[in-house]
Design a protein around this ligand. Sequence first.
Ligand SMILES: NC(=O)c1ccc[n+]([C@@H]2O[C@H](COP(=O)([O-])OP(=O)(O)OC[C@H]3O[C@@H](n4cnc5c(N)ncnc54)[C@H](OP(=O)(O)O)[C@@H]3O)[C@@H](O)[C@H]2O)c1
Length: 397
Amino acid sequence: MAMNDMLKPGEPRRVTVLGSTGSVGCNTVDLLLRDREAFTVEALAAGSNVALLVEQALALRPAFVAMADPSARDALEAGLAGTGIAFAVGPEAVIEAAERPSDWVMAAIVGAAGLSSTLAAIRRGVIVAVANKECLVCAGDLVMAETKRSGATLLPVDSEHSAIYQVFDFAQRDGIERIILTASGGPFREADLAHMRKVTPAEALAHPNWDMGSKISIDSATMMNKGLELIEAHYLFDMPESRIDVLVHPQSVIHSMVSYIDGSVLAQLGSPDMRTPIAYALGWPRRIAAPAARLDLAALSRLTFEQPDPKRFPALRLARTALQSGGGAPTILNAANEVAVRHFLERNIGFLDIADIVEETLSVIDGGRVTSLAEILELDRQSRDRAGRLVERCVAR
Ligand SMILES: NC(=O)c1ccc[n+]([C@@H]2O[C@H](COP(=O)([O-])OP(=O)(O)OC[C@H]3O[C@@H](n4cnc5c(N)ncnc54)[C@H](OP(=O)(O)O)[C@@H]3O)[C@@H](O)[C@H]2O)c1
């Protein structure tokens, strides 16, 4: 019996994967390849990894593939020769992939670079599985307004938000008291500031529980990831910042919780494998099989919890403040963080400089009110510019 028999009888789900060559993208492709009858693939899109995109296209036979990097044209043409698979290159090709007719889109491009294509998918009113949390951080009001207007269904892919989605009683919102986002604490949960000042990208990339792309791994190490997730949760579940808690849970077994006015706390548990939340979104509203390791709670024996340390992890405070300030503040936070993380990975700045650059960018740029996509992209550009200058100052030090 095919593993995804739950989806049948009926039409196979027609899917598109944006960011297919990344960590979330590859996990999605892995699930798609496990049941070729349950899914057909309309489009795949990625940034610049032509070899992997071609390999995925040959395995999944999509109607169309897109590569953001315009210089990929020749290699893509050669790799797809004789297959009949249509292709295009450049940022507009990625948007075209999102616009093509599919029932379900995985939005897994990293950073604000994924905003336009995620919005293009949302505007079609289909199911959009959102891994690209940065689009909700930098343009949350716009993304939610377009979702409402088009009738799209947003399904969270982040394991924390997938957990919340699974235990959040949407029919009885009045009964919900708080959301409790769990955080692993990252590789420096127990490190002191003197050590954190000197850590290398390799040390910061070594997440204790999850195997992820480089940007989110650094965000996890600074705990900016939890700050971005706080903003993401605010938009996805329409909860005020004051009712979203963050709790460090080093084992990453409880993926998040929702507490209710009667004292109940509902949680979702699982091993740290992104194929579980991706499968939840891929099969939704049904459950489909996923090959994640099964939990052995007796072997684990102990689940522990602690408060995050605001002194060593200021990013969380910055994200909370940006969300409270509203307007363009989360857009600035996200843009400055993307710039700082890239420069940390390129060894131009130190680990602790990341939060400092975000804080200073937030203090010098006026977020104001941003509503349209053009205004958001302009604020994003200005913030990147300013954060880039702060990086230069760090380099000169
Ligand atoms: N990894 C996880 O376990 C995880 C968990 C929860 C949430 N998320 C979120 O999911 C998103 C993706 O994370 P990831 O870890 O999968 O990142 P990743 O491994 O770095 O992959 C990023 C993907 O985006 C593509 N890309 C980058 N720039 C692009 C552009 N301008 N246009 C089109 N495609 C572009 C990359 O293509 P190329 O590689 O071909 O250049 C790649 O396919 C992030 O927002 C992250 O926060 C990830």
